[in-house]
Design a protein around this ligand. Structure first.
Ligand SMILES: Nc1ncnc2c1ncn2[C@@H]1O[C@H](COP(=O)(O)OP(=O)(O)OP(=O)(O)O)[C@@H](O)[C@H]1O
Ligand SMILES: [Mg+2]
Length: 276
């Protein structure tokens, strides 16, 4: 896959506290990248820096090889769905969705069609004239997604976009987002607390803790081969044991030995084990 975005040695401090610590990350075209990590680890801050809503103290944001670190959000070819939706509450649903299209001077027939299609996608057909103030949290969240996707950006930044939805709707929206990615070739940078969601939707998962990346890799890699105890503990349900890795595929736990050769330490490939 072709490289699209490169976050290079990004650091950010707020109120004397380091929030992002020398973070480097490459995102490829049409990739679904998920930032996963505990509350306060810096996921939203990373998205905001990518979107141009915050600037890093150190480091660069490159888009297609071009330095966009100091470009404002509207000059970047990306759209963000915020964790708190950030809808215009004094406007109707239709005006919220049309906002970006009107700025780009699209004609009204095009806008009407786009609004209709986006509302169908998020399962809110007929909601055009409702005031945003009258919507439930889950409905507002879906309008925020609709508002972002009508612009067909090259990159969508989604900060916990399905957090307020019930399981059924959440699964439907997961499916629709993947379909959008495949149909429109949009690159997704996605934030979720939900490990299951991350494991099922992502091409690449970035596990973060305390402003640092702990591991980047495919869901299989992250799940099967966690690089450290934090990742092992954070992904899935784990029991952690102190052990010594004797060599590849051979681990000593206390006085026991475990190989992956169907659990047979006497396998001809295994050397004799001598506890120290
Ligand atoms: N403007 C700010 N001033 C001071 N501290 C800030 C500011 N913005 C963020 N922080 C702190 O930076 C850390 C990372 O915040 P961030 O919002 O990126 O976390 P997050 O990973 O998105 O968390 P959550 O999963 O709860 O949304 C937190 O400790 C937060 O309190
Ligand atoms: Mg957040």
């Amino acid at each position: 896959m072709k490289e699209l975005i490169h976050l290079k040695n990004i650091s950010k401090a707020c109120g004397g506290k380091l929030i992002l610590d020398d973070l480097t990350l490459t995102i490829h075209e049409n990739e679904f990248v998920t930032l996963l990590g505990p509350s306060g680890c810096g996921k939203t801050t990373t998205l905001r820096i990518l979107g141009g809503f915050e600037s890093p103290d150190k480091g660069q944001v490159l888009f297609g090889g071009r330095d966009i670190t100091s470009l404002p959000p509207n000059k970047r070819n990306l759209n963000m769905v915020f964790q708190n939706y950030a809808l215009f509450t004094h406007m109707t649903v239709a005006d919220n969705i049309a906002f970006g299209l009107r700025i780009r001077k699209k004609d009204s027939a095009y806008i009407t069609e786009k609004i209709r299609g986006a509302l169908k996608l998020v399962n809110l057909e007929g909601f055009e004239n409702r005031s945003v103030k009258t919507l439930s949290g889950g409905q507002q969240q879906r309008i925020a997604i609709a508002r972002a996707i009508v612009n067909e950006p090259r990159v969508l930044l989604l900060d916990e976009p399905l957090g307020a939805l019930d399981l059924k709707l959440r699964q439907d929206m997961q499916y629709e987002l993947i379909r959008l990615k495949n149909e429109l070739g949009i690159t997704f940078v996605y934030v979720t607390h939900d490990q299951q969601e991350a494991l099922t939707m992502s091409d690449t998962i970035v596990v973060m803790n305390q402003g640092c990346i702990q591991q980047t890799g495919s869901p299989e890699k992250i799940y099967n081969e966690p690089e450290n105890a934090f990742v092992a503990d954070f992904i899935g349900d784990s029991n952690l044991f102190a052990a010594v890795m004797v060599r590849d595929r051979l681990v000593a736990v206390g006085e026991f030995i475990k190989t992956d050769n169907n659990g047979c330490p006497d396998h001809p490939d295994s050397p004799p084990f001598i506890p120290s």
